[in-house]
Design a protein around this ligand. Structure first.
Ligand code: DP6
Length: 333
């Protein structure tokens, strides 16, 4: 059979309900704690990978821009893992498009490395199951291992390179939650997650957070399985606050919030105390992810837009797994 060495895949970002923060092994991205997320269907990264024997170096294009430096190095390193597995030495062209702002705490690396892993593995001729793809995606970006799967996804921390990967705990249509991402700042955050994970252990609070993880995971898992929004809301906010407490007490300290971030957090809590089903969670950036059952989304959206400093809202419902796409212009070789 002739092999074309080209493949295209789609991946979605995810919002962590129980956060991954800190690694026991930074190179292998073995996390200090397990985590749980919802895959975000409306946001997507589509990536095409072509292994080409005539190329002398990897080339990367993100939303039509040629990328060099650390971002290209990180992608090349990830392709090396796949090239080694496939016993392939060809360099690659990687063309990637995302339909949402990258680097602003919306987990672009998760969808990016999930799509890259699925496309590159297929282009290299590897036939891998989702657990294997999740394990490989994890090496590129920890949270990407969750984006291999759709719906509500748990990443079991594991103890080594082989047993640290994610799995779906409930399908995307299990619960119609909506994530309304409240943008208060566009553009790149100053300290990315990879550097942040390395600071986590410098916080004297991190040990306590890690030891408490099983409790939070189990409350969150149960809340999802039983579609119990109020239990979900309190554990999701508690977990987000715990992660930000680690960030704020790391050396050097990391403070991602802006005044608008806090104003939104307080408003959401007031709305919930007044009877609405809504809660917040915040990743490594100032933007707030506002979660609610879909029947509240218009009401919540209208209220959020009235808060000063809110630039725009991005809505997403639970989404599916990363998967291969047909190639637009098939090559003949
Ligand atoms: C705050 O997966 O982006 O979003 O492994 O270095 O790529 P790298 O880090 P990344 O970290 C995600 C951090 C988080 C929480 C989460 O998604 O669990």
């Amino acid at each position: 059979m002739m092999s074309s060495h080209i493949a295209s895949a789609i991946g979605h970002p995810n919002i962590a309900l129980i956060k991954y923060w800190g690694n026991r092994d930074h190179n292998l991205r073995l996390p200090s704690n397990g985590s749980l997320s919802m895959t975000l269907g409306d946001l997507e990264t589509v990536t095409q990978v072509t292994f080409d024997p005539s190329m002398t170096e990897d080339r990367l294009y993100l939303n039509e821009n040629a990328i060099s430096g650390p971002s290209l190095d990180r992608v090349s390193l990830h392709l090396d893992v796949i090239r080694t597995m496939a016993k392939l030495s060809f360099k690659a062209e990687i063309i990637s498009h995302s339909n949402f702002p990258v680097g602003a705490g919306i987990a672009s690396s998760a969808s990016g490395f999930a799509a890259l892993t699925v496309a590159a593995a297929a282009a290299a001729g590897l036939e891998l199951n989702p657990s294997q793809l999740s394990r490989i995606a994890r090496l590129g970006s920890g949270s990407a291992c969750r984006s291999i799967f759709g719906g509500y996804v748990e990443w079991k921390a594991g103890t080594n390179d082989h047993n640290s990967f994610a799995e779906t705990i409930a399908d995307q249509d299990h619960w119609d939650l909506v994530d309304i991402i409240v943008i208060v700042e566009e553009g790149h955050k100053s300290v990315g997650s990879t550097s942040g994970h390395k600071l986590a252990e410098s916080s004297p609070l991190q040990d306590a957070r890690i030891h408490d993880t099983e409790r939070r995971l189990s409350i969150c898992r149960q809340a999802i399985l039983q579609r119990d929004f109020l239990s979900l809301a309190s554990i999701v906010e508690e977990d987000s606050n715990m992660m930000h407490a680690i960030m704020m007490t790391s050396r050097p300290q990391l403070l991602y919030w802006r005044p608008e971030t806090v104003a939104i957090m307080k408003s959401i809590q007031e709305w919930r105390h007044a009877g609405m089903q809504v809660c917040f969670t915040i990743d490594a950036g100032p933007n707030v992810h506002c979660l609610c059952p879909s029947r509240y989304k218009d009401q919540v959206g209208d209220l959020l837009k009235q808060i000063p400093g809110v630039i725009r809202l991005i809505h997403s419902v639970p989404g599916g797994a990363a998967h291969l796409l047909p190639i637009k212009s098939p090559s003949i070789d």
